[in-house]
Write a protein that binds this ligand. Structure first.
Ligand code: 5GP
Length: 182
């Protein structure tokens, strides 16, 4: 059957769905403690953060007035000469001014995307701004960018599953897998 790229295949499971679920619950508990009684806009970066965000928001308690919004971005140029500028394909639908905002990302690699979005949204005068990122690759970091709610630190390996893709595939996997050549 055609359709599967022959150059990469699934290697092993790096993070099981059970570990992910437990960690997402811990992150949601922190958010519940810190935003109780407040209104909160959770902004997911499409498409990778969708599954993580869907699980996270369902663990946020009803005393928090949660709104969901989304952004879509793409990098300018090729990855080897990244300027750190990202092109906004889709912006938030709701104004950020005066709101508590949490930006939700799937993974921080170099940090360029997250720091660009952080600067852009922080300039809109939100009441507060924090980031929630499921995975961080500390070895790849080129810019400092604080993550207030971090899921896991992972080694410098390309991962898929739980929203993360390779060429559009494998977002639907419940576990997070490493890719291997072959
Ligand atoms: P950064 O700007 O931090 O270098 O790049 C962040 C983006 O690179 C992520 O949002 C994601 O799209 C992509 N990325 C980086 N590492 C991985 C990885 O291991 N797996 C997948 N699927 N995407 C990655």
């Amino acid at each position: 059957m055609a359709g599967i790229d022959a150059s990469f295949k699934l290697g092993g499971i790096l993070l099981s769905k059970e570990r992910i679920n437990q960690r997402v619950a811990e992150l949601a508990a922190d958010i519940n403690n810190e935003y109780r009684g407040e209104r909160l806009i959770i902004v997911g970066v499409l498409k990778g953060a969708v599954i993580f965000m869907a699980d996270l928001v369902r663990m946020i308690e009803s005393s928090i007035d949660v709104r969901m919004d989304f952004m879509a971005v793409s990098s300018y140029g090729n990855s080897s000469s990244s300027s750190g500028a990202v092109k906004i394909i889709k912006d938030m639908d709701t104004p950020a001014e005066g709101e508590h905002i949490i930006l939700v990302e799937d993974i921080m690699d170099t940090g360029l995307t997250l720091s660009y979005l952080k600067d852009m949204l922080a300039a809109r005068n939100p009441r507060s701004f924090r980031t929630c990122v499921l995975l961080e690759k500390p070895d790849r970091k080129t810019v400092e960018c604080t993550i207030e709610y971090k899921g896991f630190e992972i080694p410098d390996k390309f991962v898929v599953g739980y929203g993360l893709d390779y060429a559009g595939k494998w977002r639907n996997l419940g576990d997070i897998w490493c890719l291997e050549e072959g």
